[in-house]
Design a protein around this ligand. Sequence first.
Ligand code: NIG
Ligand code: FE
Length: 389
Amino acid sequence: MSSTVISDIVTLVTNDPSLDGSPLGLVRNAAVVIEGDRVVWTGESSKAPATDNRVDAGGRTVLPGFVDSHSHLVFAGDRTEEFNARMSGRAYSAGGIRTTVAATRAATDAELEANLVRFLDEALRQGTTTFETKSGYGLTVEDEARALRLAARHTDEVTYLGAHIVAPEYAEDPAAYVALVTGEMLDACAPHARWIDVFCEKGAFDGDQARAVLTAGRAKGLHPRIHANQLSYGPGVQLAVELDAASADHCTHLTDADVDALAAGSTVATLLPGAEFSTRAAWPDARRLLDAGVTVALSTDCNPGSSFTSSVPFCVALAVRDMGMTPDEAVWSATAGGAAALRRTDIGRLAPGAYADLTLLDAPSHVHLAYRPGVPLVAGVWRRGVRAV
Ligand code: NIG
Ligand code: FE
């Protein structure tokens, strides 16, 4: 197996606290050694072992590839008009999902997959090396299973979200739709997914329905994660902790009891500032969660309705500017935090044994991700040890 050293890294973010005692595990004037698809060594450049190949980072920054632990990329169509109307004052509501459901059902497999690949390429060029993605714009047995089958060709982190909104055909009988989602649809979808999710919100599914969906999924071997407390206060976050969901996502409207529950459990709070940006909503309070000791992840929520960005750097900049995070915290949350939200230890960090998923930034440090918002700083990406950008 051939080995490669990436040397002359001015700032290396490892997320390996054993190196400097801080969560980011920073090393200055550093090198990373890759063998096959794994990291085998990190440390000061001058101490790097001999390797077959050498790449000069040219005094730039290397960090773990971003782990985008929340996206909705299997869809067709776009919702420019809805966004335009929102920017003229109309409020966001869960009902807009139906527009994308109609377009997605009408699309061919090839159209859906081409769309998915386009967004994955876009994300990769911005430093994302792992992404989770969901169904949820099909809402029939066949359309949900097809979305998951297509997603599973491109990632291991696939989430069944048949409970995104009540399917239009069941508008008068939501209980029958929940029975479908927890019955025949689950049976068709479970073989293609790792996770089960539910949009627990007014206009989508209430706490009892969400519990029914997640426990049915768990009985079929899927692990829960929840869209919780996005548009209003509600039972989602506490349900997430009770069911040991890997992640409660959005967490925009939280009571003290919600924060206490997250701090006491092992559910990660995944914050999605692209959604607040694009819906002109109040920001989630990352500082409050961090001060309470909650593990926070940052992700894009990329979807055509509430957050049409595939850019983790954009989300990092928003989190620092408007959500009370320091640049160090935001970068940790977008890498190690995302890995924690997917219950993974082989990604989101650069330490011996982890996957060689790395992003090279044309900047003297990771802080520039927030300091230079909107600037395309990503100068290289390695995925599983292979240069991809
Ligand atoms: O995470 N909250 C629910 N689902 C998406 C929005 C979906 C849409 O508007 O199409 C979200 O924000
Ligand atoms: Fe979402």
